[in-house]
Design a binder for this molecule. Structure first.
Ligand SMILES: [Zn+2]
Length: 345
């Protein structure tokens, strides 16, 4: 069943900003359902209710798209954890769960593919065949279960991204293709990020841009250039971490004593919800069409982003009313407040 929703992704992008929400793997790792390291989404089969709940939380927070948790649910990764036989079941169930929850609101369902670690520019022809067959099998199951469009994400190589794009287009679906930006200027096969996005758009990608790796501060400057270079829709899905010029990616973040914090000691670099709300406003002002979040993302960020874009979403019912807080609220005398804060440390 193709195009499950009457108002597809392209109609929605034409009408305004689409709010994305990702970071399923990181969040479900934090909740104890995915192993850090291999990061294979075993939760899909082992604890489907945990996945269902996180989808629902993102939906309540205002996400317009339920991204099926098939990230790293590909042949290579499942082999690493001895679950190759679960490949089809895991992919199908992930899309089925995304559909179930999408129907609770008016969300779209995106099929999801990513970098395979099998692409090798030095052995381009043979490795491209392997990559293509991995994408074909994942997406054939996704299409069968029902998706509206496909997100091909965290692409290190433009060459691999182009294979993904071709497979998506052969299926007749809208394609969102975003690049990883682990290196300072270029993809792993040597294309400047802006040029690579332009090439993807020229090859028919409906939405191009960047996801993961960089926080808003180091992703938006590149996104601004992408916006100026392409006429397609543009997507930005940064990680909610305080990256900076000297440490532009979350993989490069270090504490003052030089300790690497990626991937499981990143907390001290987290952005606040207010910073992510600012990012959403800035992205919209730059002309970004698909405003999202990646690893580290959580429902409170998505709600703050939705509200920054002027929306009231189901979870807005419980948005902060800090003025009612007994220690810092308006009803407390200033002196009393200082005392309470001192006393509580
Ligand atoms: Zn990510």
């Amino acid at each position: 069943m193709l195009g499950r929703s009457a108002r597809g992704i392209l109609d929605r992008l034409k009408a305004g900003v689409v709010l994305g929400a990702e970071g399923y793997v990181f969040e479900l790792e934090r909740r104890g359902y995915i192993k850090a390291g291999p990061y294979v989404p075993e939760v899909v089969l082992d604890f489907p209710d945990a996945l269902r709940e996180l989808h629902r939380e993102f939906l309540r927070a205002g996400a317009d798209v339920m991204v099926a948790l098939t990230y790293y649910a590909h042949r290579g990764k499942l082999k690493d954890v001895g679950r190759e036989n679960d490949l089809e079941a895991m992919n199908r169930q992930a899309v089925r769960i995304a559909n179930e929850v999408a129907r609770e609101g008016d969300a779209l369902v995106a099929g999801d593919i990513c970098n395979t670690w099998a692409y090798d520019p030095k052995d381009k022809e043979a490795s491209s065949r392997v990559v293509r067959s991995m994408y074909e099998e994942q997406l054939s199951w996704a299409v069968d279960e029902g998706i509206d469009f496909v997100i091909a994400e965290t692409n290190d190589y433009l060459g691999e991204a182009l294979i993904a794009l071709q497979v998506i287009k052969e299926l007749g679906l809208p394609a969102m293709v975003t690049l990883a930006t682990t290196r300072p200027q270029q993809t792993w096969d040597g294309y400047g990020y802006v040029d690579a996005c332009k090439i993807l758009a020229d090859h028919g990608a409906d939405i191009v841009g960047l996801n993961c790796d960089r926080g808003p501060a180091t992703m938006l400057p590149i996104i601004e250039q992408v916006r100026g270079a392409v006429s397609s829709y543009v997507a930005a899905q940064p990680v909610p971490y305080k990256t900076q010029a000297s440490m532009p990616t979350f993989e490069s973040l270090k504490t003052a004593d030089g300790t690497n914090v990626f991937p499981i000691a990143l907390e001290s670099f987290l952005c606040t919800r207010f910073e992510m709300a600012d990012y959403a406003r800035q992205a919209q002002a730059l002309g970004v069409n698909y405003v999202g979040i990646c690893c580290g993302g959580a429902p409170h960020y998505v709600r703050a982003m939705a509200e920054a874009l002027g929306r009231t979403v189901p979870a807005s019912r419980y948005s902060p009313a800090i003025e009612l807080h007994p220690m810092i609220g308006a009803k407390v005398e200033e002196k009393e407040k200082e005392f309470l804060v001192d006393w509580k440390g």
